[in-house]
Design a protein around this ligand. Structure first.
Ligand code: GLC
Length: 399
């Protein structure tokens, strides 16, 4: 497939999933199952719009997200613009219009990508205070122990709903059903609501300092510093540079062991040993040294039986792990945003051939099975929702 038709296909996909409710523009992840606005999805959608040269769509998608920012700074992971709830399960979050938890904090990264298109400082200024409130909330409220690492209070905040990284804390065995997993997550939602969103109580029930969330935060706080500098907020820029450095040091102090960054849980920072794609995301924020990166790539990413079956990249869980299941959401299948993160990470280390393998695999999956929510890592079969928007990130692997 040539590049032009690919751009056209992505453009069609975006148009299909665009919505405008009372002047609020957003893009749904997919018509079936996901008919609302999701936080990190919207960040990916905005990246896709910049690649299509549709900068206004990218900005409007971000403005819609910020309109529903909570008073404490949190940007919710779901916004229900449309009263018609569609087929997404009804969940009692404790408020009507949005959820009460967040998702990986990708918004500063995207704001910068948008700014790179048109150098519109007015846009940066228009969103800056909201970004400050959001990252302030994440850095402060989610780190009550001041360890430097931030916690998620529900697996859904990782964006990887049923990832096996959370099994032990949820007291679920590796062969759990989707419903068992969902019921546990609902329990956390309910008790968070009943405690009136008390962070201490929430963290007593579920407290994970997750590698992807903290890595994404790190890269985004660095970018927030760049944004501050660009609009002349010099003191803020120095402050965020310092925060980013502290986060990077804390990740090395608490999460790094035998050459790998591992998520940790609870006050004791107990390491979570499950082998998932989270081993590779530190590449995205250049957390591994060059030598460490070489080893992680060789020993895990490219090792057959671990994450390489010579056909499709990148399974979300190692083929060797007890929890590996090729058809269950985040327990093995390939996801396009994961491929995008690792592609970007590999480029930072100039691992061009490896990055191309990820990109080519992403391209084959889309050519073979269309834009799907996730893909079977052994057969490449498309699974989950159809016309799922993240696949458009492929454009950001070509330009
Ligand atoms: C699923 C994914 C989550 C995503 C949501 C909407 O729940 O696990 O990451 O944000 O769908 O696409």
């Amino acid at each position: 497939m040539e590049v032009k038709p690919l751009k056209d296909l992505v453009d069609q996909l975006m148009r299909k999933n665009q919505r405008n409710v009372d002047g609020n523009f957003y893009t749904i992840p997919a018509e079936t199952t996901y008919p609302h606005q999701w936080f990190w999805d919207s960040c990916f959608h905005s990246i896709i719009y910049t690649k299509l040269g549709q900068v206004d769509n990218a900005k409007n998608e971000i403005f819609s997200l910020l309109k529903k920012q909570h008073k404490n700074g949190l940007i919710p992971h779901i916004i229900y613009w449309d009263k018609n709830r569609g087929d997404f399960p009804e969940i009692d979050w404790g408020r009507e219009d949005t959820s009460t938890i967040t998702q990986p904090p990708m918004i500063a990264y995207v704001v910068w990508e948008i700014y790179m298109q048109d150098r519109d400082k007015k846009f940066l200024r228009a969103v800056y205070r909201s970004l400050e409130r959001y990252y302030g909330y994440i850095l402060e409220d989610r780190d009550p122990e001041k360890s430097g690492l931030v916690s998620i209070v529900n697996p859904d905040e990782s964006g990887e709903d049923n990832s096996p990284r959370f099994d032990r804390l949820m007291q679920l065995n590796p062969q759990q059903t989707l419903d068992e997993n969902f019921q546990k997550r609902l329990f956390f939602v309910k008790s968070f609501k009943e405690s009136h969103f008390n962070m201490k109580k929430a963290l007593a029930e579920f407290d994970v300092k997750d590698v992807p969330f903290n890595t994404i935060l790190l890269e985004n706080v660095r970018i927030l510093a760049k944004i501050a500098k660009e609009i002349g907020e010099k003191d803020d820029a120095v402050f965020y540079e310092g925060r980013a450095e502290f986060l990077a040091l804390s990740m090395r102090k608490y999460m790094f062991e035998d050459g790998l960054f591992l998520s940790v849980s609870g006050k004791t920072q107990e390491k979570i040993l499950t082998k998932t794609w989270a081993l590779f995301i530190p590449l995205f924020a250049k957390l591994y040294t060059k030598q460490e990166a070489e080893i992680v790539i060789r020993t895990f990413l490219l090792r057959e039986k671990e994450f390489n079956n010579r056909k499709y990249f990148l399974p979300t869980v190692s083929f060797e792990d007890d929890s590996y299941n090729p058809t269950s959401l985040w327990r093995g299948p390939i996801w396009m945003n994961v491929n995008w993160f690792i592609y970007k990470g590999l480029l930072k280390y100039r691992k061009i051939n490896e990055a191309k393998r990820i990109r080519n695999s992403t391209f084959s999956l889309i050519s073979q099975s269309g834009f799907r929510e996730y893909y079977h890592p052994e057969t490449g079969k498309g699974l989950g929702a159809k016309n799922f928007t993240w696949g458009g990130l492929i454009l950001d692997m070509y330009y």
